[in-house]
Design a protein around this ligand. Structure first.
Ligand code: HEM
Length: 882
């Protein structure tokens, strides 16, 4: 047995990774030869297939000697690649969809490529470096592999446009797949798989690592320390942004579409091949009470590298690596269409509280109602949004709702300043602004709290106050880093509270609910007014401290089934995930970040509390074995930051790549997507506080920075209407600024009258709306959930009342802008198609009769001018578009 000290000597332990960083002295020659049906070399490696630095552990792939060694070099021929391909195809079923590629479709191709790579590695006895740096050089377009290579990874042609694609392709024109969906996670350093190819990491000694649950229960108990300043809003925004960046591709249960697949309860031969269950030790303080010995867990799919290149397993990201508000819009054009209403650039919403005059909720999730949702009964539904995990916990659903409302608010505002814009333009422009808002809030409010000013400065993350930022770098890949997704950005799991609080608009505590009762159960939001109370709670409740203590709500009760006494363990997931991703240990990342490497546990004193170091030494053989997530959350935070140096470095690196590598970044000049300088200055006014003020119903006072507790001096509460929290002025988007004012009011008034006066039209309008709802949803659900008759009646009365008020106003203000725009509208209508003229004419005629009606009963409807102006006139705009 080799001594542990010898094995872990820095040179030996780290050399594998250094080789990958610096480029090795080993020379690979890629030969550019046609490869079909010939024995030309696809790859030449120096020397025979041989042992390498990787032999510190069992190299299970190492096979017998190879036949293509000529005494100096080994030649891997195209024929050999083809033979391995044909062999893989005999065992693996590959999907070749015509439309969108799902993660499992991509995974099936990934499996073939991994199988081929393993076959070659075994046949030629490839070393770690050969696998990591040699295999990806083979041009597989010259092999049979090309017949299964997904088109979006084989050859994409980009045209620079104003709006980014949903799937993130063409964010970089030279490397179209960078940052796109279903592409591999990027790596800061080479992977550490126990077999060099895909098996989860083991200890540097070659023995097993402590089971994930042992690390979880030993290192991450629930101590319940609180942060001193951060609110639960950091968690909410943090997770919302996480879901903008990363969702690993894993097999899903085919029926419920809930992950993970069932593994524990099945006999070996019926288990999904990706099962990698979390084993619970017999003596577990919690799970032993319920006889739990195993938790379901599935591994990630192997990815397809761009160009279908070979190599060891790399998991892939089903989202885009850039911040593009895919949480609101999705990552597929087809899905985005489904989320849209098709009118006025608006997203589909659920007018659940229309009768109370409250804002809409997200639409119901009707297609796979159990996907990521625990339903109390079959008539209760979760919500639908751009990202599938919208229902993961109620607080997250709240953030999705706010940002979807913000989109619609922007679309309505843009429609007022640009009445001639069609649905598509309004949607894309509102989306472009909304993305800018998400980017700005993340870098302006969230990251400074998370990372602190020094780290922001060091990694070039500080935003510019004015002018353009010229920092786009086409050599930067904005793809998500594996260590970010599988460990560092999971820092948020440390902040989770045990209970989520609701507060009143007067900033008084109302009640709280256990976090585990809100996970996959956002149904509270169907109670009118409660969304605002949760938002108030987010801004007033202090978050847990960022440390190694994690609430039992997620270490023992995650995804607890109704009535059950236990759930799953998120911390074990984090460890198990890092290992199956092939993430090197915490120590390697310390080194990557310029922090000192240590060969013994004593070297960790200072970096983390003494007790933590002691506990590590009790379960791990060597500091080099410590898992990245565990080590990262245990570090002492940097001054002014919530994070320790290793997580700060990985997260800051990711955010730097995501900004510098995003051709659509909101601060950039000279791109088809660039904002004008005045527009950019408006986006810079975006504040989370303003989003909350504008998109909730009752909240009227708020602290300037909702992710930090209110403070009289540094973070005072101010009224939403005070003007201290700036608003984005959408007139900077007006294409015809001079016409806009008259237009806007004229349209609004005619629209209202139209709906109110012509009863026949109202009936037709509502019948159409009902039909649409029934097509979109299931009729029973619509009727049961919204008491539809009631809503329609109230809607009708409301519309009528508004119209009367408007007319009354017009009547009494013959010199007003509105009166003139009314005439203007008529003139404008004459230029339109005959049926449009007729419609507008009818309105005007009937408006006049209403005016006479109002004349006799003026006192009934007081003027509410402001309210009248706030309505958007989508339908009339559509008809007037001539
Ligand atoms: C109640 C709140 C939360 C719950 C229930 C939750 C649950 C989960 C679960 C089940 C996973 C998948 C684990 C795996 O299979 O590997 C996950 C992944 C993740 N979580 Fe959380 N999480 C929560 C909050 C947060 C927060 C606040 C953050 C960050 C600020 C965060 C960041 C992440 C990241 C980055 C991943 C990896 C995503 C991927 O690539 O698939 N989570 N979380």
């Amino acid at each position: 047995m080799v001594s542990i000290r010898g094995i872990y000597s820095p040179s030996r332990w780290t050399i594998v990774l250094i080789v990958l960083h610096l480029g090795s002295c080993i020379q690979f020659q890629q030969l550019d030869l046609p490869g079909n049906g010939n024995s030309e070399c696809a790859l030449v490696i120096n020397g025979p297939g041989r042992s390498s630095h990787f032999d510190y552990t069992l190299n299970l792939l190492r096979g017998g000697g190879n036949t293509d060694f000529n005494g100096h070099q080994t030649c891997i021929t195209y024929d050999a690649v083809n033979a391995a391909y044909l062999d893989a195809r005999k065992r693996i079923r590959v999907s070749q969809p015509h439309g969108d590629w799902s993660p499992s479709d991509v995974g099936s191709v990934g499996e073939v490529l991994l199988d081929i790579s393993m076959n070659l590695a075994r046949t030629y006895g490839l070393s770690y470096e050969d696998i990591e740096k040699g295999l990806p050089l083979i041009d597989t377009s010259k092999t049979l592999i090309r017949e299964i290579c997904p088109p979006f990874l084989a050859n994409v042609e980009c045209v620079a446009g104003k709006y980014r694609r949903f799937d993130g392709l063409c964010t970089n024109l030279e490397h179209p797949t960078w940052g796109a969906t279903n592409t591999p996670f990027t790596r800061l350093m080479g992977p550490l798989y126990s077999d060099g190819m895909h098996s989860p990491r083991i200890s540097g000694s070659g023995r097993a690592l402590p089971p994930s649950r042992v690390v979880s229960r030993t290192m991450h108990p629930d101590e319940g320390f609180h942060d001193h300043a951060g609110t639960v809003m950091i968690i909410a925004w943090g997770q919302f942004i996480d879901h903008d960046f990363t969702l690993q591709g894993t097999p899903l249960d085919p029926f419920s579409k809930n992950d993970p697949e069932e593994c524990c309860g099945r006999p070996a031969h019926l288990k999904h091949p990706y099962c990698n269950e979390i084993i619970i030790p017999e003596d577990d303080y919690f799970y032993r009470l319920w006889g739990v010995k195993c938790i379901d867990f599935v591994r990630t799919f192997p990815s397809v590298r761009p160009g279908c290149r070979l190599g060891s397993k790399v998991p892939f990201n089903t989202l885009t690596g850039v911040l593009d508000a895919n949480t609101v819009y999705g990552v597929k054009e087809t899905f985005a269409r489904k989320l849209r209403s098709g009118v006025g650039g608006l997203l589909r919403m659920n007018p659940a509280f229309e009768q109370y005059g409250l804002k809409d909720l997200l639409p119901l999730k009707l297609d796979y109602p159990d996907e990521g949702c625990t339903r109390p009964n079959a008539t209760m539904y979760c919500f639908e949004a751009g990202e599938i995990r919208v229902n993961e916990q109620l607080v997250l659903t709240v953030m999705h709702t706010l940002m979807a409302r913000e989109h619609n608010r922007l679309a309505r505002g843009l429609a007022e300043v640009n009445p001639h814009w069609d649905d598509e333009t309004l949607f894309q422009e509102a989306r472009r602004i909304n993305i800018g808002i998400v980017q700005h809030i993340t870098y302006n409010e969230f990251l400074p709290i998370l990372l602190g000013k020094d780290v922001m400065e060091k990694f070039g993350l500080l935003l510019q106050k004015d002018g353009y930022w010229n920092g786009y770098d086409s050599s930067v890949n904005p793809g998500v880093i594996d260590a970010f997704a599988a460990a560092a950005y999971r820092f948020g799991h440390s902040l989770l509270p045990t209970a989520v609080e609701r507060w009143s608009k007067a900033h008084k505590f109302i009640a709280s609910k256990r976090l585990s009762d809100l996970i996959r159960r956002p149904h509270d939001l169907y109670r009118a007014g409660i969304l605002d109370e949760y938002v108030m709670g987010l801004m007033n409740q202090v978050a847990q401290a960022m440390d190694d203590s994690i609430t039992q709500e997620v270490t023992n009760h995650l995804f607890k089934k109704p009535g059950a006494r236990f759930g799953m363990d998120l911390v074990s997931f984090n460890m198990q995930r890092g290992r199956e991703f092939g993430l090197p240990g915490y120590m390697e990342f310390r080194k990557f970040c310029g922090l000192p490497w240590t060969d013994n546990f004593d070297g960790l004193f200072g970096a983390m509390p003494n007790e933590t170091v002691r506990k590590y030494s009790s379960i791990f053989e060597h500091p080099g074995d410590v898992d990245l997530w565990s080590g990262g959350v245990s570090e002492r935070p940097l001054p002014g930051s919530m994070l320790g140096p290793t997580f700060a470095c990985i997260i800051a690196t990711q955010f730097s790549y995501s900004r510098r590598g995003d051709r659509f970044w909101y601060e950039l000049p000279n791109q088809p997507s660039s904002f004008t300088p005045p527009q950019l200055q408006e986006i810079r006014k975006a504040r989370l506080a303003r989003i909350i003020c504008d998109n909730t119903d009752l909240i009227d006072t708020i602290q300037l920075y909702p992710m930090v507790l209110p403070d009289h001096e540094i973070n005072p509460r101010v009224p939403c209407r005070s003007g201290v929290i700036p608003s984005i002025d959408l007139t900077k988007w007006a294409e015809r600024p001079h016409e806009q004012f008259r237009f806007q009011h004229g349209y609004c008034f005619v629209y209202r009258n139209y709906n109110a006066i012509d009863f026949r039209h109202i009936v037709i309008f509502y019948v159409k709306l009902l039909r649409l709802l029934i097509v979109l949803f299931n009729a029973r659900a619509v009727i049961q959930s919204f008491k539809i008759k009631d809503i329609f009646l109230r809607l009708f009365i409301k519309r009528a009342r508004h119209s009367y008020r408007s007319i009354h106003y017009l009547r009494n203000h013959p010199d007003s802008h509105q009166y003139h725009s009314y005439t203007y509208l008529y003139k404008k209508a004459i230029q339109c198609k005959p049926q449009v003229i007729e419609e507008v004419g009818t309105n005007i005629f009937q408006t006049n009769s209403l005016l006479s009606f109002i004349e006799v009963q003026p006192q009934i409807f007081p003027v509410d001018f402001k309210y009248a102006l706030s309505t958007v006139c989508d339908n009339i705009l559509k008809r007037m578009d001539c």
